[in-house]
Ligand binder design. Structure first.
Ligand code: 13P
Length: 247
């Protein structure tokens, strides 16, 4: 089965009602490759606004979700609340949540289980720090992150993996095509050995880290790069070029 190209836009903690409406209008008016699945993740406060204005066929993602059904969890949002609002995706395990908010592999795995079992699809992120890479530990770190989440996933059709080297996020320092392809291939190899051949063949593996309108086409040509998770450039008109990168 061919893997459908997938492009996610992670707005992070950026935007206003006005600017986000502008991004939505730009996407609604653009000619987007029908062979690309597009999901955008605005800050939680704007999820409903985006869902209301965005055209059908583009999905909306939260940037996080909690792993309890409901109750006294101040500041958190539940899986059922996302579903109630027409939000069918969430990002989980982003390095900014792992490093700044202290989310462990275990917490990320638990949230991934809760989301997928509750019917929400997950853009699950992994990636190494510069220190890990320089110590030659890139694959080891990614495999540890995969090993923590994998037993919690019952339905891999509800998961796309985003490989985001921390040193490439927001730095303008994109991984080389070879560096990205090498890690993507290692992830697929790990899935084949530890989950199944089918899951390895069918799971989309996205690259994230300083993707822009200029570097996306070359990255998109690689065999194991099935799309992108885009930060800064998802706020700009060039996001459309990234969506259309595999054309
Ligand atoms: P940038 O594209 O801004 O480097 O961010 C990548 C990212 O973290 C997407 O989740």
């Amino acid at each position: 089965m061919a893997r459908k190209f997938f492009v996610g836009g992670n707005f992070k903690m950026n935007g206003t009602i006005e600017s986000i409406k502008g991004i939505v209008k730009n996407l609604n008016d653009a000619k987007l490759d029908p062979n690309t699945e597009v999901v955008i993740a605005p800050p939680a406060l704007y999820l409903l606004l985006v869902r209301e204005h965005l055209k059908n066929g583009i999905e909306v993602a939260a940037q996080n979700v909690f792993d309890k059904p409901n109750g006294a969890f101040t500041g958190e949002i539940s899986v059922s609340q996302l579903k109630d609002s027409g939000i069918n995706w969430t990002i989980l395990g982003h390095s900014e949540r792992r490093t700044i908010l202290g989310e462990s592999d275990k917490v990320v795995a638990s949230k991934t289980k809760f989301a997928t079992e509750g019917g929400i699809s997950v853009i699950w992120c992994c990636g190494e720090s510069l220190e890990d890479r320089e110590a030659g530990k890139t694959i080891e770190v990614i495999e540890k992150q995969l090993a923590a989440v994998s037993p919690k996933i019952g339905d891999w059709k509800k998961v796309v993996i985003a490989y985001e080297p921390i040193w490439a996020i927001g730095t303008g320092k994109v991984a080389t095509v070879q560096q990205a392809q090498e890690v993507h291939a290692a992830i697929r190899k790990w899935l084949k050995a530890n989950v199944s051949e089918t899951v390895a063949a069918e799971t989309r593996i996205l690259y994230g880290g300083s993707v822009n309108g200029k570097n996306c086409k070359e990255l998109a040509k690689e065999e194991d790069i099935d799309g992108f998770l885009v930060g800064g450039a998802s706020l700009k008109p060039e996001f459309v070029d990234i969506i259309n990168a595999s054309q």
